[in-house]
Ligand binder design. Structure first.
Ligand SMILES: [Zn+2]
Length: 71
């Protein structure tokens, strides 16, 4: 088997030189996992942004209440 990425000759389904899978199913599964990871990261970023924006909102209310209580 010859690696399509770096041209190294090897036996098996994974290139020992660059680590690339030549098994189509494995490659697809890895790509799916990467895509899933990207989606999760984007979702987490949106969630964090949302969380921080609401946190800011609540902090503003707390500050406002504290200020009015202080006089
Ligand atoms: Zn390779």
């Amino acid at each position: 088997m010859k690696c399509p990425a770096c041209g190294t000759k090897y036996k098996g389904k994974k290139c020992p030189s660059c680590g690339r899978h030549t098994d189509a199913k494995l490659e697809a599964r890895r790509n799916t996992r990467i895509a899933l990871l990207v989606v999760i990261l984007i979702f987490a970023a949106i969630l964090l942004f949302y969380l921080f924006s609401t946190l800011d909102y609540f902090n503003g209310i707390v500050d406002m209440t504290r200020n009015s209580l202080d006089g």
